[in-house]
Structure formats: structure tokens, C-alpha cells
Design a protein around this ligand. Sequence first.
Ligand SMILES: NC(=O)c1ccc[n+]([C@@H]2O[C@H](COP(=O)([O-])OP(=O)(O)OC[C@H]3O[C@@H](n4cnc5c(N)ncnc54)[C@H](OP(=O)(O)O)[C@@H]3O)[C@@H](O)[C@H]2O)c1
Length: 294
Amino acid sequence: MLKILVFGSGSIGTFLGTKLYAAGHNVLLYGRRKLESLKEQILINGDVYQLPPKCYQLQSDDYNAILVTTKLYNVQSALEQIKKYQFNPQIIAFIQNGIVDKDFYGEFKNHPGFITVSVFNGYNLTGNKIIVTESNLGLQVEDNLAGEKICELLISAGIRCYTTANISQMRAQKLIFNAAVNALSAIEKKTYGELIIDKKIKEVVDGITQESWTVLKDDYHLPSLAFLQEEIYQLITKVKNHYSSMYQDFISGRNTEIEFLNGFIINLGREKGIKTPYNQQVYLKIVEQQGKAK
Ligand SMILES: NC(=O)c1ccc[n+]([C@@H]2O[C@H](COP(=O)([O-])OP(=O)(O)OC[C@H]3O[C@@H](n4cnc5c(N)ncnc54)[C@H](OP(=O)(O)O)[C@@H]3O)[C@@H](O)[C@H]2O)c1
């Protein structure tokens, strides 16, 4: 049994923490608004689970594992707090979308238990329910010691997690998927499946995929565009009923990860002299709306 802190208990964090708690681990959920609204029992895909203990203020303690499940724009403040409380777990896993340089994690990048996790499932927390839409890729981590440890922990709770030798390529492919559908799901208020039924929106999905592939293909040794497009359509079909977490943030007037997704592609494209009009189109719509909401 491990002692586990979930730092930033929202959709994914609450899911992971609850499953680990049900598997007998000693879990503490740390969060803010989303956590506050949760009752003692939670439904995950219709099954009733006991919610682990919650907290809204950290205290120094010895944790075997810390799962950081905040959005990317909150990772820096999470790192500061983890440093402040001098936590030194055996595993420190960062579970976010997007590609960020390891320097983003400051000194934690050298921690022996440091690992980043790429998520290919969908998690939607509303009210006291989490709807999980699984894909066959599940959760993916780098094939190293820390990767093996986090896989072992998650698998102990029945969560599918795999190590992969091609993690940076997978992460780039996931970034393209997220760039192609997350912002559009928010703008159009549609599920992933609904996006590609509409001919005009599908054209934007394909345009973003093509541009993003052109920007990333050499640095991340990506497969052919046709192969990637096929994979993206397969994943869309698997999670077709899912709205992006950007949609959830967007409708509730929260910040979004647009800078780390389409913003990342646009900036890299600019550096390489590659035009990215489809990415810009969705990027601007999200940023404009966020500006109005502020
Ligand atoms: N949800 C999905 O289907 C999915 C799928 C693949 C990847 N991802 C990625 O996984 C990451 C997490 O996504 P998510 O959907 O679980 O996000 P989320 O539901 O927004 O959960 C993050 C939680 O962290 C809390 N938080 C942030 N900073 C905090 C701090 N300093 N102290 C305490 N709590 C803090 C937030 O509080 P508030 O409630 O106050 O905002 C929020 O509840 C994102 O990078 C996302 O892109 C998500």
C-alpha cells in the first residue's frame, strides 16, 4: 500500500485517486473548486466508489507518490508548492497534455522518480459523476525505471498504463490530436464524433492535422500524414462521445491550454517558416472569447 497525494484533483486526478483508493492505497486528494463540489461517493461509469479524503491546504508529509494532475498552466505553481513543502516522493508523475521542454519542470526533471504521463482516454467530471471514455492506448509513459514504477502503481488499480520507447513521437501525435479537436470541440460545442460529421468542421480538423504534422514531423520522426490521419480518426471514433476538457473550461469561463496546444504549433511553425492558418483560426477564436470572459 502506497501513500499517494493527488495534486490538482479535477477530472483525471479524481478518477486516478479514487481508483487507487479503491485498490487499497492511502490517497489524499488535494484540489480547489472541482474537488469542493464532490460528495463522499462518486460514480465512475455508473459504478459507485468511495471518494478518498480531501484537503484544500497542504501539509508536510511523506508520500510515496505524487500525481500532479493540474492543467499545464498551473504546473509552475504546483512545482513551487511541492518545493515549499519539501515533498520527496519515490514517484512524481506529471499528467498533462502537450509537449513541454523538460526544463519546464525545473529541478524536478532530475528527480529519480520524475515521469510525465500521456493520456489517450477521455475523463469528464460533472456533478458527482466521472465518465471515462477509454482508448486502446490508455496511459503512456517513457520506458525507464520511473515509467515502470508508475505503470505498476496504476495497473495495481486496474488502470491501463504502458511504457513505450517512442514516447516523444507519441506525445507529438497526441499534441496533433489535441490541436485538431480540443479547441474545435470548445468553439463548436460538439463532441469529437460530431466534429467530423460536419463537412466544414472536418476540413478544419484535417487542415490543423496537416499543418501540425508539417511543423512537427522532422523533430519527432512522425509517420506519414496519411498514417497519422488514420490514427487520429480511429482515436476520434473511440472517444466520439467525449467533449474536450477545453470545452469544459471554455464554457465555465476558465483558462484554457490553448497556448500549449495550437499556440505551440503556431510558434514552432513561425520559427520554421511554416504557415499555420487553420491553427491560427481556432487559436484566435479561443483567445478572443477568453479575453471577453475576463
Ligand atoms: N480530462 C480529459 O479528458 C483529459 C484527457 C487527456 C489529457 N488531459 C490533460 O490532463 C490534465 C488535467 O486535466 P483535467 O481535465 O483533469 O483538468 P481539471 O479537471 O481542470 O483538473 C485540474 C484541477 O487542478 C486544480 N488545481 C490547479 N492548480 C491547483 C493548485 N495550485 N492547488 C490545488 N488545486 C489546483 C484545479 O482547480 P479548479 O477546480 O479550481 O480549477 C482543477 O480542479 C490537463 O493537462 C489536460 O489537458 C485531460
